[in-house]
Design a protein around this ligand. Sequence first.
Ligand code: ZN
Length: 287
Amino acid sequence: MAFILGNINNRAVLIQGDHYFDADSASNGTVSSNPMHAITQLAELHALSAQLHALTPTGNLAGVTVGPPITQPKNCFAVGLNYKSHAAESAMELPTNPLVFTKFPSCLVGPTADVELRSDTVDYEVELVVVIGTAGKDIDASDAWKHVAGVTIGQDISDRMVQFAAQPPHFDLGKSFDTFGPIGPFMYSTDHFSNLDDFNLETRINDEVRQSDTTKNLIFDVPFLIQYLSHITTLSPGDIIFTGTPDGVGAAQGKFLRDGDVITTTINGIGTMRNVCRRVSNFTKGN
Ligand code: ZN
């Protein structure tokens, strides 16, 4: 049975309606409390989900702080310029191979965490995030979704000044400041969805819709990305892939994030994240 996996107080939980169930206690210790171990127990999570109706919830989601569903992936990949509309607004050529970079796993935070701004050039990017469930090397695109545990929402927060500070530019540092990877609120197993290639994505800043598109418009779709990455590196359970963002980013409009801005990020069928921006210390370049 389909399941919804979350993280409360750094413990794996299953979600049903407004309630959560501690995975370890609900399964009498069969499923690990550690979110990164639980993600390796897909069969157990499916089985536990089917039994939730007979169990007493651990608590109500109201009033608890939800953490990132994936806390410490071995690898956290991200893909740049993966929608034609975003490549066009960035005045960059369409890639002929995926433009892959790393977001350091240490940047991952939960769906309501504050985003810390260290300059006046920080930007938002809504993305579908894919979570690997079954390890694999040299995965064929036709088998790729079978290696995916589930999907969640991500914001690939980016400091544009730092992203383009070095020549040639490299994306990793500017996209890996602490708090630059909100994900959540929960991971939905892939069997929730009849069509895995058509998720509607949206970013609102305060009340203004800035980004709105569908993953149908990805240049390199999820199966291709998994095939491509797995030819380079073994994919492990819990590895995550930020799949790219459509147009509407702040840099293209001169509208960067400011102290107090509320980023509301929605993917239909998965939910909504709400992150508040906080201006903190100034980042200082090396020279
Ligand atoms: Zn991105």
